[in-house]
Design a protein around this ligand. Sequence first.
Ligand code: M6R
Length: 611
Amino acid sequence: MCGIVGYVGKKPALPILLSGLKRLEYRGYDSYGFCVFNAGQEPFFHKRVGKISGADKELLEMDIQGTIGEAHTRWATTGSVTEANAHPHFDCNKEIFVVHNGIIENYSELKDQLINEGHKFSSETDTEVLAHLIEKFLKEKTEVGEKRKLEEAVAVALKLVKGTYGLLVMAKSEPEKLVAARLSSPLLIGVNDGEYIVASDPIAIAPFASNIVYLEDYEIAVITLGNLSLAKERAPEKMEYESEEAEKGDYENFMLKEIMEEPTAVENAIKGRLIIETGSVKLGGLDSVAEKLREIDNFILIGCGTAHYAARAGEYMLEEYAGIKTDVDVGSEFRYRKPILNDKTAAIFISQSGETADTLACLHELKQKGVLSLGVTNSIGSTQSRETDAGVYTRSGPEIAVASTKAFVGQLATLAMITVYLGRQRTMSLVTGSRIVSELARIPDLARQILLQREKIKALAEKYKGYKNFWYIGRKYNAPVAMEGALKLKEISYLHAEGIPGGELKHGSLALVDKDFPTIAICLSDSVYEKMVSNIQEVKARGGIVIAIATEGNENIKKIVDDVIYIPKTLEMLSPLLSVIPLHLFSYYMAVALGRDVDRPRNLAKSVTVE
Ligand code: M6R
């Protein structure tokens, strides 16, 4: 959600914090702030509403030499977007400074108590209670009459807190130290020759350090120059992260770069994993649970947003080809259900970031019930990848744009491979397995052919940019793709779009169709083609405009729709990997045509670490 960076070293902290914050800005970007302890002088303290990009010149011109500091980029949850609500937050005397990701659920009662005790608050946020609690316990002596150290005061304060946190704390009274703590909100410490950079995401650490320590839940770390003190001493791990992959290169923005990387995302997902001769796949991440998986007879697939749509497509794959009963839900709803579980249930958690709070909450719940948990995760070392029993990395590379694109095709490719893996453990024949893996191997090239139609899709966006509402329809494997297409359009163009199964139109939604409400129909030459044609005709009969995504060679479709984008023929099961590409491009060009900030759409954040 928000982004955190901290630094303790010998170099001036501000440029390092600034660079980290800019790399983290995709996580939240409504306001930002810094605190740097400036040897012997008053701390440098700076908060602003708006995006950090653009502000760097002004900041770098300031002569701030302090070598310890913390910074934050915010995505508002509690408290509106104001300078006062930006982090760092501080105590009554501006001596303790806190940056925080997560939510303090019981902040309201804690705040009332602290106000009664005489504390003065200066923001509407939940985070500020942390600063005042730490102030209180830093002043208060221990039971044996001793003065508390900063980390001890933080520990006592956190005992009173309900919720989630990844946080950094600095105090004027102990200016050499940065205290870090986490509970269900990631915090990583990059270690580089006696200097430390702490962040909520490896992307901020990658240019500075290649060794990393993942802070664990309930752990408090104390960082000083040349020393990292952890509750459980451990050696840093090598960070598997390519810093350059998170650069925009020659592209105008990350979203376009990431759409153009969709073929590569599939290529990376399948690299070294397909065995065409035996019609099977090699998924090393599942080796440890291979025998358990043979016994599983029902799967629960959980994800949010785009990952949920990948799960929906995965449901069709697993049921049709692996013959396993599959149930899908969004993370934020699944947790309210009382699922029927047995010792043959396994769950697959799908997430690009591996940090989505709603998905993680389900993971924790199902783990507690003893359900075997698998992760389909993009971010290496993320909470999800570390907490699931086993899993498969999608290997899509860093996805920076808030709108998820290449991660979606990576998830689909991975789910297709898991389907083959499980199917071959059961009744899937060598011939079927071989057909799927051979076709998967062709997908990157087919996807590249679609990308060659960029200009045509851009022209379509120009043509349709004046419309305010869009239906997206598809059936079977492509019903979730219709939903994904609509989500993408809403998210980055701020236009209204709804994705529904084609057959559902006539059950009410058709009432909205008229000449001003175009429909984008995924109408491929597959098992539901005729049914989709009927749905298109229902729209046309009511004066609606239809843009079809159709299979190459289908000339007839041109007679019934207004515009067509062709995609190459593939297996129906794998068709979402291709049909989604023109939808991603269409949303992108619509947003550009409307002058939107495509990488950082309003009100959103990349990684949703609050429930
Ligand atoms: O990191 P995750 O895949 O768990 O994220 C899930 C959703 O928040 C995410 O897909 C979101 O819907 C995207 N912004 C959609 O483009």
